[in-house]
Design a protein around this ligand. Structure first.
Ligand SMILES: Nc1ncnc2c1ncn2[C@@H]1O[C@H](COP(=O)(O)OP(=O)(O)O)[C@@H](O)[C@H]1O
Ligand SMILES: [Mg+2]
Length: 262
């Protein structure tokens, strides 16, 4: 079951594998992501969600399989072409990964401060606009990230990920560790911004309510493969016992691992 939407995929992943020593994390991932859609990836902890995002952005190299972006095989790319894929991809890392040695606005402009022909004052102003897109004011632009709360860090991380209007937006657990109100708030910001910039978005989350709120389609990784992928409207009737157990957080069922409860 694939739950395809129309058009050529932005990202096509076939038979992708990745192991660390004898730990076979991804064992043949097949997945297509369509332009402008939001695909949410769920799955038990340590099933390889972050590893998959890192393969897509090029921070990890798959052992086998193919990964096409805009129809181009990423394995054949020169380092310059790889840089250009990186440049059209924004990523929010699991721990926000802001640089504490830089101010908030410098973090937001970090990736393109050299490539854009803007002076520091203009860059700071640009960053303040981006802060506005995630509901934050100019008053935090000159703070250090370690002065921010967890929810603000996530929002600054999101502002950085979308700053350059990326074609592909990768979000790793954007709401992990946040309270329910902040979680809803971040999910709304993700939806609004992803649709405004028209980015093809892949978000990893363990929060099922959030997944349903932001996703066009949901895919679940289990045992190194995509066990189910389809539109949100079908999640209650997948007929897939792994998917069912996971989304209803049942303690007993075919999934042997301890479920990550929230
Ligand atoms: N660089 C690495 N070296 C060794 N093992 C790794 C590395 N990166 C990830 N792993 C392992 O791969 C598995 C999947 O990790 P990850 O993708 O981070 O899981 P999650 O689904 O929770 O995001 C875990 O068992 C993790 O320990
Ligand atoms: Mg992870």
């Amino acid at each position: 079951m694939n739950g395809k939407t129309g058009g050529e995929p932005k990202i096509t992943i076939s038979g992708l594998t990745k192991s660390y020593g004898d730990k076979h994390v991804l064992q043949g991932i097949d997945l297509e992501v369509y332009p402008g859609e939001t695909l949410v990836i769920i799955g038990p902890s340590a099933c390889g969600k972050t590893v998959l995002l890192k393969c897509i952005i090029g921070l990890e190299r798959p052992d086998s399989g193919t990964l096409l972006i805009d129809g181009e095989d990423t394995a054949d790319l020169t380092s310059r072409q790889r840089d250009s894929i990186m440049a059209k991809t924004g990523m929010l890392f699991q721990q926000s990964a802001l640089f504490d040695s830089m101010t908030v606005w410098e973090n937001i402009c970090f990736r393109f401060r050299q490539s854009r022909d803007l002076d520091r004052k203009e860059l700071r102003q640009f960053a303040i606009e981006k802060l506005g897109n995630v509901g934050l004011g100019a008053d935090i632009a000159d703070l250090s990230p370690d002065e921010l709360s967890g929810g603000m860090k996530k929002r600054v991380g999101l502002a950085r990920a979308i700053a350059d209007s990326p074609e592909i937006l990768l979000l790793d657990e954007p709401t992990a560790g946040l309270d329910p109100i902040m979680t809803n708030n971040i999910n709304q910001l993700i939806m609004r911004n992803a649709k405004t910039i028209g980015a093809t978005t892949i978000a990893v989350t363990s929060n099922m309510d959030g997944a349903k709120a932001i996703a066009d389609r949901i895919a679940m990784i289990y045992d190194g493969k995509i066990t189910w992928c389809g539109p949100v409207s079908e999640v209650e009737n997948t007929g897939n016992e792994y998917f069912d157990q996971f989304i209803h957080q049942r303690g007993s069922g075919p999934i042997q691992m301890r479920l990550k409860r929230r």
